[in-house]
Design a protein around this ligand. Sequence first.
Ligand code: SF4
Length: 224
Amino acid sequence: MNKELLRIYKVLYNHFGPQHWWPADTPFEVCVGAILTQNTAWQNVEKAIGNLKSKNLLDSHTINRLPRERLAELITPAGYFNIKAERLKNFITFLCGEYNGEVAQMFSNNSNNLRDSLLSIKGIGPETADSILLYAGNVPIFVVDAYTKRIFHRLNLTPEDILYDDMQQLFMENLPLNTMLFNEYHALIVMLGKNYCKKKPLCEACPIKKCPFKKRFETERVSK
Ligand code: SF4
């Protein structure tokens, strides 16, 4: 499995090149982006963060003081703005209450404990918590998303209904625990899912040549 995971990584890296995630100026901005990106395209998150930045509001203490309704208004482009404003507020309350609003202080915590704390915040699930840990805190933890599940199932490496933790464990037990590798690998999976391994996959152009799903897809097409 480890050879296969590394082989796929190399194919994706050679095809797409380095992705240099996360697109943000500060670790705090990564945390905000990780919460806002739930169920929406990144361009919408950029607009929402742009609204906060243009008004000089992208700061933990400032957001903490901002009424939730005003925050919701500002992050409207990110969609589900009332829910996301509440989630963002929940995170900020935690950050300000426990770590004086300082992301660097938050990451001085043991990463397992921090992950548990992040998961205990209402509205923060494993993908968001792990994105914060990896992309804001440089913690070597693998982020799993819907693309990861779809792609690795189609590659016949995981069951369709695999749980988040099992998928994460598969990567973390079979790859070197390396922040840069995990950073790039997740970003490259997103690129593959967005550009080729969509719901209706574009197998012919896909850089992954050895894919059992592609073979099945081609066989079905020829036999029609
Ligand atoms: S060949 Fe098709 S199914 Fe396989 S990874 Fe590429 S797009 Fe997805």
